[in-house]
Design a protein around this ligand. Structure first.
Ligand SMILES: Cc1cc2nc3c(=O)[nH]c(=O)nc-3n(C[C@H](O)[C@H](O)[C@H](O)COP(=O)(O)OP(=O)(O)OC[C@H]3O[C@@H](n4cnc5c(N)ncnc54)[C@H](O)[C@@H]3O)c2cc1C
Length: 378
C-alpha cells in the first residue's frame, strides 16, 4: 500500500523547533509529517551546547516557558533514552562587580526561587572540581539547568517520534512552496491541512518576503570541543563566569549590571567586541563543549578565526580546569535572532501557515513549551 500523502500538519525543518512542533501536534492526536532538506538535520540544533538554561530567562512568561520545556525534555529524554544531565549551573564571580551583581540577582524573586542560592568559594568547589579557586569570590548555584547532547538528541528524536506517535519522516526533501492544501517538494506534491515552517537560518527558500520585512538577522558563533575526558571525569554543573552575566536577559533588570559591563570592557575589550562569553558543558561521551563568540549580520564570514578561539580558551582557563583541555573539534553555528525586543518570530503569512523562527540562543531551552503555545492558537 502506498503511504498516505495527506496530513493534519506538515512541519518544515527537523531542527529543535520543528521537532518540538511535531511532538506537540502528535501529542494532540494529529497526523504529522516532518520535511527535512538534509538526510539528517545539521543546523543550529546540532551545533549548540545542549544547555537547557532557564536561569538566563527573565521572570514571567519566558522563564515559565523555559521551565516547562525542561519538564518536557525530562519526559522525552526518559522515554527516548536520551542523555540528560540535570546537574544545574554555577555562575562564578571573580571581580567585585560580578559578585555584587550575583548578590543583587540572588536577592530578587527570580534569583532566590527554584533553589537558587549564593555559595562561598569553599561551597562552590565542593560542587565542582572544575572550578578555578584562585581569586574566586563566590558563585550563584542554580539547580534548574540541564544538559542534553544535541548531536545525539536531534539525530534520535525523529525516529522516536515515528516509533511513538507514527510521525512520518520525509528527510532529504526540500519544501519548495506551499499553497494549501498542497506542498510542492523535491519529492513531489504532498497535502496537509496546516503547515508550520521552522526553517532556521534559511530565510530565502520559503516566504522570503516575510523575513525581509522583519527585524531579524543571523548570528554566527564559534565553538570548540575537547576529547572525552579521561576516567569518565564528570564536569558536574555547567560553568560560566563574569562575561556571561553581560549576555543573558535575566540579569538586565539588575542595577549593578552596568558596572560589570564597564569592568568587562576595560579588562576584556577584545572579548566584548567579539561578543565572547564562555560556557562549559559536557556531552554524553564526556567531551567538554566550550564557546562562544557572537557575530551578527545577514551575510556572515564563512571563515573561523583562531584569535577568537584563542580568546575563548584563555577566558575559560580563568575559571575552569579539566584533565584534558586539548581541542578535538572546532566549528561554527548560525542562529536567527530578532533585532527588536521579541524573543521569537511567529508569523501567519496565509491561513493555515505559521512561521516559527528567531529563537536566538535559546532554542533548546524554549522550543518544547513554545510549540505547545503556538499550536494552541493555530
Ligand atoms: C553555537 C550555538 C550554541 C547554542 N547554544 C544553545 C544552548 O546551549 N541552549 C539553547 O537553548 N540554545 C542554544 N543555541 C540556539 C539553538 O541552537 C537554536 O535556537 C535552535 O537550534 C534553532 O532551531 P531551529 O529548528 O530554528 O533551526 P535549525 O536547527 O537550523 O533547523 C532548521 C532546519 O530546517 C531545515 N530546512 C530549512 N528550510 C527547509 C526547507 N525549505 N525544506 C526542508 N527543510 C528545510 C534545515 O535543513 C534545518 O535542518 C545555540 C546555537 C548555536 C548556533
Amino acid at each position: 500500500m502506498k503511504p498516505s500523502r495527506n496530513f493534519d500538519l506538515a512541519v518544515v525543518g527537523a531542527g529543535i523547533v520543528g521537532l518540538a512542533h511535531a511532538l506537540a501536534a502528535a501529542r494532540r492526536g494529529q497526523r504529522v509529517i516532518i520535511f527535512e532538506r538534509s538526510a539528517q538535520a545539521v543546523g543550529a540544533s546540532v551545533r549548540n551546547f545542549g544547555l537547557l538554561w532557564p536561569v538566563g530567562q527573565p521572570a514571567g512568561l519566558r522563564h515559565d516557558r523555559a521551565m516547562r520545556s525542561r519538564e518536557i525534555w525530562s519526559e522525552v529524554g526518559a522515554a527516548a533514552g536520551l542523555f540528560l544531565d540535570p546537574s544545574g549551573s554555577l555562575h562564578l564571580a571573580y571581580q567585585a562587580e560580578e559578585w555584587a551583581l550575583l548578590q543583587e540577582f540572588a536577592a530578587s524573586p527570580l534569583g532566590s526561587s527554584f533553589g537558587r542560592m549564593l555559595l562561598t568559594p569553599k561551597e562552590t568547589i565542593a560542587r565542582s572540581a572544575a572550578v578555578e579557586l584562585t581569586g574566586l569570590r563566590g558563585a550563584l548555584w542554580s539547580p534548574t539547568e540541564a544538559t542534553v547532547d544535541p548531536r545525539e538528541a536531534i539525530a534520535a528524536l525523529p525516529a522516536w517520534l515515528h516509533a511513538t506517535y507514527g510521525v512520518t519522516l520525509q528527510f532529504g526533501t526540500t519544501v519548495r512552496s506551499v499553497a494549501l492544501p498542497q506542498l510542492q517538494t523535491t519529492a513531489g506534491v504532498w497535502q496537509a491541512d496546516r503547515v508550520v515552517v521552522c526553517s532556521g537560518q534559511d530565510f530565502e527558500t520559503l516566504y522570503p518576503e516575510c523575513f525581509q520585512r522583519e527585524p531579524i538577522t543571523r548570528c554566527k558563533l564559534q565553538m570548540l570541543r575537547t576529547p572525552p575526558q579521561p576516567d569518565q571525569w564528570p564536569l558536574g554543573p555547567a560553568l560560566c563566569a563574569g562575561l556571561t552575566l553581560t549576555h543573558y536577559d535575566s540579569f538586565k533588570s539588575c542595577a549593578s549590571l552596568a558596572a560589570v559591563v564597564a569592568r568587562a570592557r576595560t579588562d576584556y575589550p577584545f572579548h566584548m567586541a567579539q561578543g565572547i562569553h564562555v560556557l562549559l558543558s559536557q556531552t554524553a561521551k564526556g567531551e567538554l563543549t566550550v564557546g562562544d563568540s557572537h557575530e551578527y549580520g545577514l551575510t556572515l564570514s564563512p571563515f573561523d578565526r583562531e584569535d577568537i578561539n584563542g580568546a575563548i580558551l584563555r577566558y575559560l582557563k580563568t575559571f575552569a580546569q579539566a584533565p584534558d583541555l586539548s581541542i578535538a573539534e572546532r566549528w561554527h553555528g548560525i542562529y536567527p535572532k530578532m533585532t527588536d525586543a521579541r524573543s521569537e518570530l511567529i508569523l501567519k503569512p496565509q491561513p493555515g501557515v505559521m512561521i516559527v523562527n528567531g529563537l536566538g540562543g535559546a532554542g533548546m531551552t524554549m522550543s518544547f513549551a513554545l510549540a505547545e503555545e503556538t499550536l494552541r492558537d493555530f
